[in-house]
Write a protein that binds this ligand. Sequence first.
Ligand SMILES: NC(=O)c1ccc[n+]([C@@H]2O[C@H](COP(=O)([O-])OP(=O)(O)OC[C@H]3O[C@@H](n4cnc5c(N)ncnc54)[C@H](OP(=O)(O)O)[C@@H]3O)[C@@H](O)[C@H]2O)c1
Length: 214
Amino acid sequence: MSIGIIGSGGLGSNVARALARKGLSATISNSRGPASLALLVEELGPSIKAGTVAQAASADVVLVAVRLEGLAKALGGLPAWHGRIVIDGTNPVEFLDPDSPDAKDPTNPLAAYGIKAIDLVGKHSSEVFREFVPGARVVKAFNHLDVQVLSQPEVSGGQRVQFFSGDDAAAKAEVRKILEAIGYFAVDLGSLDVGGRLAQLPFGPLAATNFIKI
Ligand SMILES: NC(=O)c1ccc[n+]([C@@H]2O[C@H](COP(=O)([O-])OP(=O)(O)OC[C@H]3O[C@@H](n4cnc5c(N)ncnc54)[C@H](OP(=O)(O)O)[C@@H]3O)[C@@H](O)[C@H]2O)c1
């Protein structure tokens, strides 16, 4: 089962790092093209290849690690998904420029973290996300933890919990296999409507909970 990653920032690069630690193969891409990923792939070793967005998007399982506001541009115009599995790693947060007025807004409880909640008017982020990947089987994963801890799945004598959710049992089974191959303790939160809400940052009740299964 081939893996593609769209986005090579905090999330995409650290998932690639976690895959590389187990020798698992993936093609990673970003907006600037494969040449811009030369240093990253050199660091990660031979299992991770740099590719175009189209190459990453042609994999059997594709992780989308792009900010919510960048989805239309990143995913627009890609070939049909035809039931392939797309992992939604997004959260409804806006990343703030430290010099912007928003970054110092006293009414923003997340200003200290450099982010702001995006109001999706009652929707969870996968409800918005799935509109960009028609015909794909969407599984939510990799979104609930800070990327600083994501690349170390085996810690403190146990396994870091990684939540996932989705509406297609077979797609979730494939994603579970990937999570377990990386070394996480994979916990199925149910459907996208249930799990998506529970684990999404910033305000889902399981957001940023860093459980270790011992
Ligand atoms: N940071 C975290 O701790 C964390 C944890 C869990 C989930 N998330 C979620 O993961 C998503 C990404 O966050 P991040 O922290 O990884 O953001 P980031 O560091 O800004 O990285 C975003 C990546 O998306 C790529 N991108 C943007 N537009 C694109 C396009 N049109 N085509 C291809 N690639 C494009 C960027 O490419 P370039 O490199 O070429 O600019 C960059 O590599 C967000 O929804 C965030 O909420 C983040």
